[in-house]
Design a protein around this ligand. Sequence first.
Ligand code: ZN
Ligand code: ZN
Length: 273
Amino acid sequence: MERAGTDRVLRREWRALLHAVERFVLPNVCVACERPIERRRPDALVCTPCLARLRTVDGGCERCAQPLPPVGPCRFCEAWPAALSWVRSAVWLDEEARQMIHHLKYDGLSTLGTEIARVVVRSVPRVPGAVLVPIPLGPRRLHRRGFNQAEVVAGALARRWMLPLQPSLLRRQRETRTQTALDPARRRQNVRDAFAARSRGGRRGGGEGGERAAATVILVDDVLTTGATLVAAAEALRQAGWPRIGAVTFARALPYAARAVTDPAAVPARGWR
Ligand SMILES: [Zn+2]
Ligand SMILES: [Zn+2]
């Protein structure tokens, strides 16, 4: 426990240092469009026009907020198991959001987490009494990248929402292949049993931010594509006795992109990537 506490403090200090280095090294240009950022926002990493171009996800499905088809149930979340109660995403994965995530993931711009959280809280309501759990990376990928981008976002969200962050509730028990080239069925297979959750009734300590009283766990990730990862994580939490599991992501793959991976026939043979 003490060790974990020290690690957290070190991580916080490391983040502050990183922030200072970013401010010093980086020219003040927008990570999304590379144009200069207005002088009145010296801490910003994304310019106001790019922030304004982000398109909010506000679809019709009560469970997943995906726009509903003209007839019938929501095809996006229809096959998800009951363990995942609801999912919200802040914005569609247009170019600006894609660039923000790219820089968050590969350049380690921790302050981007704060900007992303600011965007998320504008459209996703706070759930009182919930705990936030980032989708964990496997140890190998975590070691290579040095940080988990989902945890950066979850941490920033936890600060804004003033809810506890509980990264230790969930861990990856095996490495998974990158999902990018996989269709939904293979994605589900790829992440099945990838996660293990700490049990809700666990007797160890219990002093970590009140998670034992929490009825709702909110999974946090950067992007939602098909939901396979969130589903696998939710199932692990449900098995560990957590009664209600929702999820929040910053961005969501555009519907046509989701359709493209679902049904190869829906993709024109040539003409676009
Ligand atoms: Zn911009
Ligand atoms: Zn739905």
